[in-house]
Write a protein that binds this ligand. Structure first.
Ligand code: C6P
Length: 412
């Protein structure tokens, strides 16, 4: 912990050195996307300067370098997740594409009329709509676990997950409430009823060690851009036993073994799910992002983020007229804080903060059922990462108080 110096770390992220609206940038929109350290930028540049070629095709030296870099990135992801085998690591565009792939491929093959999918009211749209579309095609049923005291209602989860359930798909950490769900318990429960479990790990994998074998999860999805990597690259982990019996959902080059005039056969895993030229540069950037996180170590990251969570939560709680959504017990919180200020529109507050160089998100956060459940149409969200500092949190709090005063005087 003593080696963990956020001020030194911040120097690795060139974008954070700038001024925005004449103020030093304070970037608190990390749940939307994180910034990229020099090592990630360098890895992408190195790839284009020295290795760029198409993968798995050419025999020339650059093609071999590109293939080695791409497959090396897959091995990094495998180790990162502690997956058994690189065959279980599929590169996708991100969490959204990964979840759609499971719905379209596993769902298409194994979900039958009348069977049930269980999700929760705190899901991101990417973990709602693919299932809505699937049940329409299949005549199946979609059920929602509701909230109780700002947390997932676990009794309701047990009532809803039955022998009729084929798929349970839940978020690990909510992008609105910042709460971490007790997924191991739920995975075991789903399995005891014969259902598979899909984990949306978009907001957890960037902040903590996630071990797919220890969790025994069937599928896990995440996005590279939320963990220092570039946009357009993500991962779907799937147990080999499922991926082997699933059909691809995209077809074309790269994924075929042999193409006849009237039928084709597929390559082995993982390539049968990766049609077309993949995001090779993106994979090398993700690889560099993973290395950066591993060099810091998740124990140190989590210990540091924990301190910031406690600090910011207590400061926000002390602001008169500010309502924080999600668990009021700080132990259940992560670095995602959604809130509203009495009588003020979230977009006005976010704009006022931006004028002070502070980047936060405002809106429905791609989680409309949850925002409606909270009785709102929009919220303000500040979300941090390990390069944020206590000073960033102080400035946020001061800026919220200043915005509140500005608007209340403006309305007199
Ligand atoms: N949430 C946010 O500001 P993509 O867009 O595919 O990289 O990730 C989708 C996604 C899925 N699940 C969860 C829990 C998420 O938080 C997100 C992305 C961003 O909250 C952008 S809407």
């Amino acid at each position: 912990m003593s080696r963990f110096d956020p001020y030194k770390i911040k120097k690795d992220f060139p974008i954070l050195w700038q001024k925005v609206n004449d103020e030093p940038l304070i970037y608190l929109d990390n749940a939307a996307t994180t910034q990229k350290p020099n090592s990630v930028l360098k890895a992408i540049k190195h790839y284009y300067n020295w290795e760029n070629a198409n993968v798995h095709r050419g025999v020339h030296t650059l093609a071999e370098r590109a293939t080695t870099a791409f497959e090396g990135a897959r091995e990094s992801v495998r180790k990162f997740l502690n997956a058994h085998d690189t065959a279980e690591i599929l590169f996708t565009r991100g969490t959204t594409t990964s979840l759609n792939l499971v719905a379209q491929s596993f769902g298409e093959a194994f979900l039958h009329e009348g069977e049930e999918i269980v999700i929760s009211v705190m899901e991101h749209h990417a973990n709602i709509i693919p299932w809505q579309q699937l049940i329409k095609r299949k005549g199946a049923v979609l059920k929602y676990i509701e909230l109780k005291n700002g947390e997932l209602d676990l009794e309701m989860a047990q009532d809803l997950i039955t022998k009729q359930t084929k798929i349970v798909s839940l978020t690990h950490v909510s992008n609105v409430l910042g709460i971490e769900n007790p997924v191991k318990e739920l995975i075991d429960y789903a399995h005891s009823k014969g259902a598979i479990f899909v984990l949306d790990a978009a907001q957890s994998v960037p902040h903590q060690k996630v071990d797919v074998q220890a969790l025994d999860v069937d599928f896990l999805a995440f996005s590279g851009h939320k963990m220092l990597g570039p946009t357009g690259i993500g991962v779907l982990y799937g147990k080999r036993k499922w991926l082997e019996v699933m059909e691809p959902v995209e077809f074309g080059g790269e994924m075929i073994d042999f193409v006849h005039r009237d039928m084709s056969t597929w390559k082995e895993l993982p390539w049968k799910f990766e049609a077309g030229t993949p995001n090779i540069a993106g994979a090398t950037g993700l690889d560099a992002g993973i290395r950066y996180l591993q060099a810091l170590g998740f124990d140190a990251i989590q210990a540091y983020e924990r301190k910031l969570v406690e600090y910011l939560f207590s400061k926000l709680q002390a602001i008169d007229g500010l309502r924080i959504y999600g668990p009021q017990n700080v132990n259940y919180r992560t670095g995602v804080f959604s809130f509203n200020l009495e009588n003020l529109h979230p977009h006005d507050v976010a704009t006022a903060l931006d004028m002070q160089g502070i980047a936060v998100r405002a809106g429905h956060l791609c989680a409309q059922p949850l925002i409606q459940n909270l009785g709102e149409s929009a919220v303000i969200r500040a979300s941090f990462y390990f390069y944020n500092t206590k000073e960033d949190c102080e400035k946020l709090v001061d800026a919220i108080i200043a915005a509140k005063e500005f608007f209340s005087h403006g309305s007199v």
